[in-house]
Design a protein around this ligand. Structure first.
Ligand code: ADA
Length: 501
């Protein structure tokens, strides 16, 4: 610490529970990996200090309720993200959020700026620039904290879309502080059964992705994330579901740049009544949602908020839990649709599905049950059930579908576990999910790359090599046969889309 103005430490991601000490004094305790959190430092005279971070990734339902050992991924431990030291000064920008309100006849954004000061009352000038051009200025009077909400029309500034992801530099100066970030101007909205981006129906096809790698755990280097993004874009995909926790912010940056839509999901895996009807679990899930939205809301690629993967959505005792978490998402950001992915969808009444803006289903025909020939029937069944439940007034997304293939296991008879079987299954999924008359507006295949699972995953015998092997690529990102199948399937779709008037 160089002086006696306020400072803070910003942790990008600590897996999963930690305590932060400065000169032996505990300043924070935090639970939950994958999201950013801030720790205010005491002010004092300039002198060296010792910062110690105690980190633990052991399973502990009380201390670390969102990272359980039975989840279907391995909980690597450690400090996985950047750590920054911020000198805040006497007046600073604590938070900046923007939201596109309209794109026609000209882009309009709502800017929410939280300004803070240590000593007040004071007057500071605030100015806003887009691509270097001043678009707003004013003088702000504040004593400690002030939240400003401003609507700015930005005529002539190009919009962001999946096809043409134009980004612009937004800069805000406030006294001696400044903030800059890249922004994309786009709206996203549920319009009947469509998900509309800039008022035009979007079709999302892509993959689920875990932010994991055998050499790096969850501390992937930027190059690895770029390479993942290039592989995903190279498939022809335009959609990533971040399974089952918020993806790293650097990855969101890449999705912004490449026009890849993101379903950004809060951390959870198959929460049952012990979680969804439990106040302390729900409070931890809310904190995780708060941190996710704070980290990801300024990314135009994030089109959908998700939570509670495969929660007990048929159990009426869990409905208030779903309601509470979806309400929290909407309260923090009303500009994006919210959803959760349902397990064994509609095998029994989905008592919480009406709470979500999008009906999202995980289903594994041809893998956990039946054969490839059952895929069409399963999609028919889901569509019929959605209609019967009166939920066909909103979009339908297949949030997971796929099959295991052991990389390098080839078989002319295309038996289960072979790359051939997986490739045939995926071909069939893409053909069936997009056939004429279907109401499905998005498919996220399970999964981009193989990943390690924990040794307490209950389905050990279904996880040879201690990996979930449903990757289109293996854990080192070497393609399986299904990579070609996805690429071919998505190229056909793209061709058909271009032929449409
Ligand atoms: C579920 C779950 C995934 C993964 C998948 C599988 O649908 O949401 O995390 O476990 O099944 O591979 O079986």
């Amino acid at each position: 610490m160089a002086d006696s103005t306020p400072h803070e430490l910003v942790f990008g991601s600590v897996q999963h529970w930690c305590k932060v000490f400065v000169d032996g004094q505990q300043l924070a305790e935090h639970a939950g990996g994958f999201t950013r959190f801030r720790v205010a430092l005491p002010v004092g005279p300039a002198r060296p200090v010792t910062i110690v971070v105690l980190v633990d990734n052991r399973d502990d339902p009380v201390r670390s309720p969102l990272h359980r050992h039975f989840y279907d991924w391995y909980h690597y431990g450690g400090i996985a993200g950047h750590i920054e030291l911020h000198r805040l000064g006497e007046a600073w920008l604590a938070e900046v959020r923007y939201q596109t309100v309209a794109v026609v006849p000209e882009p309009v954004v709502q800017l929410v700026v939280e300004a803070r000061a240590t000593t007040g009352p004071r007057r500071e000038s605030l100015a806003v620039f887009v691509d270097g051009a001043r678009v707003h200025d004013e003088v702000v009077e504040l004593t400690s904290t002030k939240t400003l909400v401003r609507h700015l029309a930005l005529p002539g500034v190009s919009t962001w879309s999946l096809e043409d992801p134009a980004l612009h530099l937004l800069e805000i100066t406030f006294g001696a502080d400044d903030w800059r970030g890249r922004v994309g101007l786009r709206t996203v909205e549920v319009k009947g059964r469509d998900l509309a981006v800039n008022d035009r129906p979007a079709r999302l096809f892509g993959v689920n992705r875990h932010d994991l790698h055998p050499d790096h755990g969850s501390a992937l280097p930027d190059d690895q994330r770029l390479s993942d993004l290039q592989l995903i874009a190279g498939l022809g995909a335009n959609f990533v579901r971040g399974a089952h926790y918020p993806q790293d912010e650097g990855f969101l940056d890449l999705c912004d740049e490449h026009g890849i839509a993101v379903w950004c999901e809060a951390t959870a895996w198959q929460p049952g009544p012990d979680q969804l009807a439990n106040d302390s679990w729900l409070a931890a899930a809310e904190r995780n949602i708060d941190e996710m939205v704070a980290m990801a809301a300024n990314h135009p690629s994030v089109l959908i908020w998700g939570c509670c993967n495969e929660g007990a959505s048929k159990d009426p005792t869990c409905r208030p839990g779903f309601e509470r978490l979806l309400r929290r998402l909407r309260a923090l950001d009303a500009s994006r649709p919210v959803t959760y992915a349902a397990m064994d969808p509609f095998r029994a009444p989905e008592v919480s599905a009406d709470l979500a803006d999008i009906v999202a289903v995980n289903t594994y025909p041809g893998w956990y049950w039946g054969g490839i020939e059952d895929i069409a029937g399963e999609l028919d069944r889901i569509e019929a059930a959605v209609k019967a439940a009166g939920l066909d007034d909103r979009p339908l997304v297949v949030a997971e579908i796929g099959a295991e293939a052991i990389a390098g296991w080839n078989d002319r008879a295309a038996e289960r576990w072979s790359e051939e079987h997986q490739a045939h299954l995926i071909e069939s999924v893409l053909a069936n999910a997009t056939s004429p008359g279907r109401s499905i507006v998005g498919v996220a295949l399970w999964v981009f790359a193989d990943f390690r699972v924990g040794d307490r995953y209950p389905g050990d015998l279904r996880r040879p090599r201690a990996h979930n092997n449903k990757g289109i690529f293996d854990e080192y990102r070497r393609p399986k046969l299904s990579a070609d199948a996805v690429q071919r399937g998505l190229a056909l779709l793209e061709g058909a889309r271009k032929e449409q008037p």
